[in-house]
Design a protein around this ligand. Structure first.
Ligand SMILES: *[C@@H]1O[C@H](CO)[C@@H](O)[C@H](O)[C@H]1NC(C)=O
Ligand SMILES: *[C@@H]1O[C@H](CO)[C@@H](O)[C@H](O)[C@H]1NC(C)=O
Ligand SMILES: *[C@@H]1O[C@H](CO)[C@@H](O)[C@H](O)[C@H]1NC(C)=O
Ligand SMILES: *[C@@H]1O[C@H](CO)[C@@H](O)[C@H](O)[C@H]1NC(C)=O
Ligand SMILES: *[C@@H]1O[C@H](CO)[C@@H](O)[C@H](O)[C@H]1NC(C)=O
Ligand SMILES: *[C@@H]1O[C@H](CO)[C@@H](O)[C@H](O)[C@H]1NC(C)=O
Length: 276
């Protein structure tokens, strides 16, 4: 692996949490929408916001701007905070500037476990946020009303020129990487089948309809994702499949949604057989 090393940067970060009072639900959704649309100037300069949305709460933990000052971050969060005040909604908010990115990362990111959720994901292009924002929020509201948790990472990884590598090209247009999650049930296998089916057949299509031609982040995705070749690898798939065939002509390496897995089928008893 080749890594690029950067000098340390001062880093501004903030946390924000507020809840949905069912009596004033439209206000909650209005503030969430202002936050998500308003964060784009920060993502354009390298900022990242990690947020989580349910039908009852919105948590930003954290929004980070490497190289940014606390004053700059405060400026871009102010419209969200002003609207919370105007709607008389209570919230928890902290903002801080660290001397180094590492200090910020260590303080603001709790250790996390292996996920205990059934998941599916979708990359939301900038064009959807800019031109279909209310439709996007209508979909997100419907998804949370089904009991799902929506996790969003707002970022901008556009590059000019786009590096010649295997990254799914959809990332370059992405404003938010969204993951939909339903709690894992350790006791009822059927319940998990049902919730995973809900994600595949009902919830993800709501986002797919609004994001034609986009994709999903392979590492946080639906194991049953239809059209996984184009969804996870985009236009790179054909070249990746040729490389796989060159170095692994016997198809020894296999994973369900990995490049070249079409040469195998999983039979009902779980055995892996050659596709005919
Ligand atoms: C969220 O959904 C639960 C049931 O899934 C419901 O009891 C609760 O009232 C909902 N909360 C809001 C704020 O809509
Ligand atoms: C703010 O934090 C306090 C203490 O952790 C908690 O009790 C309260 O519910 C939080 N308020 C909101 C709106 O999240
Ligand atoms: C922000 O959230 C992170 C993760 O939940 C937590 O570890 C950290 O203590 C919070 N920071 C502040 C200043 O509230
Ligand atoms: C991870 O999961 C284990 C087992 O459920 C639990 O004991 C532990 O507190 C969890 N750690 C975190 C950081 O959530
Ligand atoms: C907006 O959403 C509609 C589906 O409701 C879709 O057909 C259209 O392509 C979307 N427009 C943009 C700019 O994403
Ligand atoms: C990323 O930011 C640049 C400006 O630095 C902008 O031209 C581009 O449209 C942005 N891309 C996305 C996907 O947000």
């Amino acid at each position: 692996m080749t890594s690029k090393v950067y000098p340390e940067l001062r880093t501004a970060t903030a946390n924000l949490t507020f809840s949905n009072d069912p009596q004033f639900s439209p206000r909650f959704w209005e503030v969430v929408q202002i936050f998500v649309a308003g964060i784009q100037p920060l993502t354009d300069i390298g900022g990242v916001a990690i947020w989580e949305l349910t039908n009852g709460t919105f948590v930003v933990s954290p929004v980070t701007v490497p190289g940014g000052t606390q004053a700059l971050l405060q400026t871009w969060l102010q419209p969200t905070l002003d609207l919370l005040v105007r709607h008389q909604m209570s919230f928890n908010y902290t903002i801080h500037e660290y001397t180094t990115f590492y200090d910020s990362y260590r303080e603001m990111n709790r250790p996390s476990n292996v996920t205990e959720y059934q998941i599916g994901g979708r990359l939301i292009p900038r064009s959807t946020v800019d031109r279909n924002l209310s439709k996007l929020f209508h979909a997100l509201q419907t998804i949370t009303e089904h009991g799902a948790v929506v996790s969003g990472v707002s970022l901008n990884v556009s590059r000019t020129p786009v590096p010649d590598n295997a990254v799914n090209p959809a990332w370059r247009d992405t404003a938010i990487s969204i993951v939909i999650a339903m709690p894992f049930d350790y006791h009822k296998r059927t319940a998990n089948r049902i919730s995973q089916g809900l994600i595949t057949n009902t919830l993800l299509p709501l986002l797919e309809e609004l994001t034609p031609g986009s994709g999903a982040y392979l590492n946080e995705a639906d194991i049953n994702q239809p059209n996984w070749q184009s969804t996870f690898y985009g236009s790179n798939y054909v070249k990746l499949a040729a490389i796989k065939l060159k170095y692994d002509p016997d198809h020894f390496f296999y994973a369900r949604t990995a490049v070249g897995s079409e040469y195998w089928v999983e039979s009902a008893d779980g055995r892996l057989c050659h596709a005919v």
